[in-house]
Ligand binder design. Structure first.
Ligand SMILES: [Fe+2]
Ligand SMILES: [Fe+2]
Length: 279
């Protein structure tokens, strides 16, 4: 089931309006002349490498969205209209994620984490050529999955930035955090829209995503587990379960405002908090 376009459209418009006002330039907005690579710890360099891969898998992610929300192959005109409207978001969001990927590569080159553009490019493309799947095809599940991922990246960047002394990386992480927060807010509004507008059992679909959530690349990147552990060490305030916990709180806010959904939502969030052992 899709969200009615009348519900989707204002969410997309408001996202794009804020996005248009929040543009930063990947080449010129950072004070590159102030770069002090000697202030980076080895762990922080590793964290930059890791998040570069995460951001750089955008082409696969974008392709999935295109496949899941086609225009030419839409089954009905209303579906095509819905997908066309969603495209306005996807393309803007994709542009921002691609900007994240490129600016992180630039940072790796300029800071000397990987000084060679060719070496870095080859390393990145090998990861990119591995096939990627969101793992869900129902719209509500795709959006819930992306919501969790946006929250995870936002919180990770925010937490990492607190420890970083290198001024260019600190500023870059600040830009990334703000973008990811806007992305999260979009998906939040979409998920809320689904809850309010759907007849089918959306909560069960959301539950499935919450309990099976894993970061992208967990099954394709070599040595993922070790890298993820090292990366987490660099951002000690980052709690891996925080995105699920924030989603539970968001659902509870919807429950407060909606009598029909109140009990089923609270039943779900109770289960989430108990099973994942979160507050
Ligand atoms: Fe990003
Ligand atoms: Fe994002």
């Amino acid at each position: 089931m899709h969200l009615p376009t009348s519900v989707l459209r204002p969410i997309v418009s408001s996202f794009n309006q804020i996005a248009d006002d929040n543009n930063w330039n990947r080449f010129t907005s950072l004070p590159w002349e102030q770069l002090k690579p000697e202030l980076l710890t080895e762990g922080q360099k590793g964290a930059v490498v890791f998040v570069s891969y995460v951001e750089d898998h955008l082409p696969g992610y974008f392709q999935e969205y295109q496949k899941l929300f086609p225009i030419e192959e839409a089954k009905t005109t209303p579906e095509a209209i819905h997908n066309r409207e969603l495209f306005r978001f996807i393309v803007r969001w994709g542009y921002e994620e691609d900007k994240h990927a490129q600016v992180l590569s630039l940072y790796q080159n300029k800071s000397g984490i990987e000084p060679s553009e060719e070496v870095l490019e080859e390393r990145m493309i090998l990861e990119n050529m591995k096939s990627f799947s969101i793992g869900f095809s129902k719209p509500i599940q795709v959006f819930t999955y992306t919501l969790l991922q946006e929250k995870a990246t936002q919180m990770y960047y925010q937490s990492l930035a607190r420890k970083v002394e290198e001024p260019v990386l600190a500023k870059l992480l600040n830009y990334l955090t703000k973008d990811e927060a806007r992305h999260y807010s979009f998906f939040c509004q979409v998920v809320e829209g689904f809850l309010k507008n759907s007849e089918e059992d959306v909560l069960e679909l959301i539950e499935e995503v919450i309990f099976s959530y894993k970061m992208p690349l967990h099954n394709t990147m070599s040595d993922y587990r070790r890298k993820a552990i090292l990366m987490a060490r660099e951002a000690p305030e980052y709690d891996r379960m925080a995105p699920q916990s924030i989603l539970a709180t968001m659902l509870e806010k919807v429950a407060q405002k909606n009598e029909r959904l109140n009990r089923p939502i609270l039943k779900l969030t109770d289960k989430v908090r108990t099973k994942l052992n979160i507050r």
